[in-house]
Design a protein around this ligand. Structure first.
Ligand SMILES: C[S@@+](CC[C@H](N)C(=O)[O-])C[C@H]1O[C@@H](n2cnc3c(N)ncnc32)[C@H](O)[C@@H]1O
Length: 162
C-alpha cells in the first residue's frame, strides 16, 4: 500500500553551536549545550503559554542525513538493528525528536539547553513535555540494555548511526 506524499512547512530553525555531525551529542540528555530555536513570525502566536513549561519536545528534519538504510549500527553499540529500533538520522522520513530544557522565551526566540541538533536544522513542531502523559515504566530496553554507560555520548565516528 502507498499513500500520497505528505508535505510539511518548517515553523522555525535551530541555532546550535554544532556545525558538523562529529562531536554533536547523540541525545540532548547527554549535554548542557545552550542554543536557541527561532520560530518564524507567522507562527509566533502559537508559542503563547510555552514559557510555563520547563521542557519541550522539538520535532525537526534531519536535513543533512546520509542515505536511508533500513538496517544500520546505532551510535551506542557496534551491532546492526532495524532503523525503527533506533534513533539514527538516516530514516525513510528523517524526523528528529528531542526533549530540551526551555530556559526562556523572548518573543519568537526560545532559549534552550541540551541540543543534539546541527545548526540551521529546520523545525517542524514544538510541544510541551508533560511527565504525566509521557513517562512510562519500561520493562524491556532491547539492545540499549547495558549499552548506555560504557560508550561515548558524543558522536565520535561517522560509521555509526548514519
Ligand atoms: C542520534 S540523533 C538523535 C536525535 C533525536 N534526539 C532523536 O532521538 O530523534 C542525534 C545526532 O543526529 C545528528 N544530527 C543532528 N542534526 C542533524 C541534521 N539536521 N541533519 C542530519 N543529522 C543531524 C548529529 O550527529 C547528532 O549527534
Amino acid at each position: 500500500m502507498s499513500l500520497e506524499p505528505v508535505t510539511f512547512r518548517p515553523i522555525g530553525i535551530v541555532h546550535s553551536p554544532y556545525k558538523e555531525k562529529v562531536g554533536t551529542p547523540i541525545q540532548p540528555s547527554f549535554d548542557n549545550t545552550p542554543g536557541t530555536i527561532e520560530i518564524f513570525a507567522p507562527y509566533q502566536e502559537g508559542l503563547e503559554g510555552i514559557e510555563g513549561f520547563s521542557h519541550i519536545y522539538v520535532l525537526y528534519v534531519f536535513d543533512r542525513a546520509a542515505e536511508v538504510k533500513l538496517k544500520a549500527s546505532p551510535f551506542l553499540r557496534d551491532i546492526t538493528v532495524g532503523v525503527f529500533a533506533m534513533r539514527a538520522p538516516s530514516r525513510p522520513n528523517p524526523i528528529g525528536l528531542s526533549v530540551v530544557e526551555l530556559k526562556a522565551r523572548e518573543g519568537g526566540l526560545l532559549r534552550v539547553v541540551g541540543l543534539d541538533m546541527l545548526d540551521k536544522t529546520p523545525v517542524l513542531d514544538i510541544k510541551p513535555y508533560a511527565p504525566k502523559f509521557d513517562i512510562r515504566e519500561v520493562t524491556r530496553l532491547g539492545w540499549m540494555e547495558g549499552a548506555m554507560e560504557d560508550t561515548s555520548r558524543h558522536r565520535a565516528d561517522a560509521r555509526f548511526g548514519e
